[in-house]
Design a protein around this ligand. Structure first.
Ligand SMILES: [Zn+2]
Length: 159
């Protein structure tokens, strides 16, 4: 069993037994000394993601509409999880809903680092960049005429 972990695991400082792999961009995001120490204690291996898998993640994330929500680091960790999942049993450990959603679309098993449920579904709505009102859809605010931006709505629990 291989665990691919994003920053969540090290930030909440949960001890996980087993083979843990992460990517350099995750390590760069860990500013707390305690989180870095946790990484060392768990003998986490740091491997850069492969370009071909990053491209695969990007193209598939586009289909699930999560791509606007995924950072470069998110793509890196998904690419690493995808790479391992094609050759051995792999679990991606993350508390990030956009990463979880995309991972499921890619056929990668996911596990939350904390207590959050992984069966939650992300819902989207549009928010005005001017008056901040929220709307179910559209590109231009009907109230003030400013462009609307896609934002995450509350999650719906399914399980
Ligand atoms: Zn507006």
């Amino acid at each position: 069993m291989k665990y691919i972990a994003d920053a969540s695991l090290f930030i909440i400082r949960k001890r996980l037994e087993g083979d843990i792999v992460t990517v350099p961009s995750v390590v760069e995001e860990l500013r707390e000394e305690a989180a870095r120490t946790m990484m060392e204690l768990m003998n986490v291996r740091v491997e850069p993601p492969l370009k071909s898998f990053k491209e695969e993640v990007r193209s598939k994330a586009g289909i699930t509409r999560d791509s606007e929500e995924l950072s470069g680091t998110d793509i890196d960790i998904l690419a690493k999880a995808l790479e391992y999942s094609v050759r051995e049993e792999t679990i991606l450990v993350t508390d990030d809903f956009a990463i979880q959603n995309t991972a499921i679309q890619l056929g990668i098993r996911v596990m939350p680092a904390g207590q959050r449920k992984i069966k939650d579904i992300l819902l989207w709505e549009k928010q005005c960049t001017g008056c901040k009102r929220r709307f179910p859809e559209g590109d231009i605010c009907p109230v003030c005429g400013s462009p609307l931006k896609k934002v995450r709505k509350k999650k719906i629990r399914t399980g």
